[in-house]
Design a protein. Structure first.
Length: 99
């Protein structure tokens, strides 16, 4: 099992609605979030209960991390286009509840 498998499993859990989070993550791929001046600075661009996502707008890459215990799964990097396709597929599965 990889961090991607774990992320997909988390997003498809029926008891926790994820549609809003997925929509926000897709929108975040198109429009860079304004900087937040918090101390300490947030490590992740988006977070779910188990995973953290870092969006690198210069490289057009997303880094997916298992934030609960980082040594369990290696981080995974993917392009914005690949991650958007994954999120849109998850959104369709959630809407139709076929998985």
């Amino acid at each position: 099992m990889s961090v991607l498998d774990s992320f997909v499993d988390e997003m498809l859990q029926p008891e926790v609605p994820k549609r809003v989070l997925i929509d926000r993550m897709i929108r975040g791929l198109m429009i860079e979030k304004p900087p937040q001046f918090k101390v300490p600075a947030p490590k992740y661009t988006f977070e779910s209960n188990l995973h953290g996502l870092i969006y690198d707008y210069q490289k057009q890459q997303v880094t997916l991390s298992y934030k609960v215990a980082s040594s369990v799964y290696d981080d995974m990097e993917m392009s914005f286009a690949t991650f958007r396709a994954l999120l849109e597929g998850l959104a369709v599965c959630i809407r139709t509840q076929k998985w």
